[in-house]
Design a protein around this ligand. Structure first.
Ligand SMILES: [Zn+2]
Length: 404
């Protein structure tokens, strides 16, 4: 386990130096004036929806087979190249991923069936599939440079003027992953289906289920807590939470999970109830809310360790989103939230090249909206649970993939 002790020290060193300039010193973002013109962006086609059906194992198999090339590439370029150039380190990471199988199985045998199916379909090892779902935890170890992070928001009536409840986020991530996201309709017979915003091997990066529960999120960290732990990877937990029929079940399952890393999930249902779930390798906090919620890093009193009576410190990016929500209170609809994610008033919300995509889930109408590129590019596409299939006919002969 030497390598793990070493990496914890590395992690501590990185986070300590990163936060030297204050709690939010980690971010380094160009000002609005420095934004490169969007014309310089590489070309990427609009999002499409691929439907995956069948039993959990079949879903995994179909998904693994269909995206095998992209999944292998993601593993090679985003995990092995960044975190484990040498074989010894690679083996160590795979042992860590293998150890995480037990807590995943304790939480959900469905997830295990899906992961085993993916390995059968892709030809990768089961541990390699688990390792991909540990991407967020590996990032937190500080082995690769930090990137700007997402803004997550939930808003319902009476702040919305149409009575709908929305959950959305900008996906601020590694620029080289621009164009790699794929919308999936993950059709389950044994519970709610999920429309997921996915990356290869990360089949639910964020999303909404057919019961009207949506989840968006941002990174979080607490430099005082070492890790990651042997536990359920954040991305696996996101899938599991979106398989739940109610927010009560979501809260219960989150508390049951032994999570591996750090996160803050912003969730809501179609009835205007909001739920924030924040985790670290050591702790988990849940907080119910109504009307509006915005998060960039931790926001609960417990995870920010803010004494009662003191205001909770808010990242400037979160403060700007709260300002936008407050300014439009009572008049917020889908168009307004799309405008929030295109905000250039400060340097915080639309990061242009730093924002890969943006998404808004209408939990009341059960509609998913996602733009290819940053919010200001506004290349929005909408998807619903009634749709099935994908225009790419050449690959649709796969069992379990619905025809267009
Ligand atoms: Zn922009």
């Amino acid at each position: 386990m030497d390598i793990w002790r070493m990496n914890r020290r590395q992690f501590a060193a990185v986070t300590t130096s990163s936060v030297a300039g204050g709690a939010f010193g980690l971010l380094s973002i160009g000002t609005a004036a420095e934004r490169r013109p969007l014309a310089e962006r590489p070309q990427a086609s609009d999002h499409s929806l691929v439907t995956i059906t069948g039993s959990p194992r079949e879903r995994g198999r179909v998904y693994g087979r269909r995206f095998s090339v992209a999944i292998r590439e993601f593993l090679d370029t985003q995990i092995y190249a960044d975190f484990a150039k040498e074989k010894a380190k690679r083996d160590e990471l795979l042992r860590y991923a293998g150890a995480c199988l037990k807590p995943i199985r304790q939480l959900s045998t469905e997830l295990i069936d899906e992961l085993e199916g993916m390995a059968e379909g892709s030809g990768l090892r089961l541990e390699e599939h688990v390792l991909i779902t540990l991407h967020e935890e590996l990032w937190h170890r500080g082995d690769i440079p930090s990137v700007d992070h997402c803004t997550a928001v939930a808003v319902g009536p009476p702040a919305t003027c149409d009575g709908h409840t929305y959950v959305g986020e900008s996906w601020d991530w590694f620029a080289q992953l621009y164009g790699k996201s794929q919308m999936l309709l993950w059709k389950r017979a044994d519970g709610p289906s999920v429309i997921g915003y996915s990356y290869p091997g990360l089949w639910t990066g964020a999303g909404m289920n057919s019961a009207g529960i949506a989840l968006c999120w941002t990174s979080a960290f607490d430099k005082s807590i070492p890790g990651p732990a042997v536990g359920v990877p954040s991305y696996a937990l996101i899938s599991h939470l979106l398989y739940q029929p109610t927010l009560e079940a979501v809260e219960e399952e989150a508390k049951r999970a032994r999570q591996a890393g750090w996160f803050t999930f912003v969730m809501a249902d179609g009835k205007g109830r909001l739920l924030n779930i924040e985790g670290s390798p050591e702790r988990m906090a849940t907080e119910w809310g109504r009307v509006t919620m915005a998060r960039v890093y931790y926001g609960t009193r417990e995870m920010t360790r803010t004494p009662v009576g003191q205001p909770i410190e808010c990242h400037p990016q979160c403060a700007r989103m709260r300002e936008l929500l407050e300014g439009a209170k009572g008049h917020i609809d889908l168009a307004a939230i799309k405008r929030f994610f295109a905000d250039h008033e400060t340097r915080w919300i639309c990061k242009h090249f730093g924002s890969i995509d943006a998404m808004v889930f209408d939990t009341t109408a059960r509609q998913a909206h996602v733009t290819r590129g940053p919010g200001c590019l506004a290349q929005w596409k909408s998807f619903s649970f009634e749709e099935s299939g994908h225009p790419d006919k050449s690959e649709d002969t796969d069992k379990g993939v619905s025809p267009p």
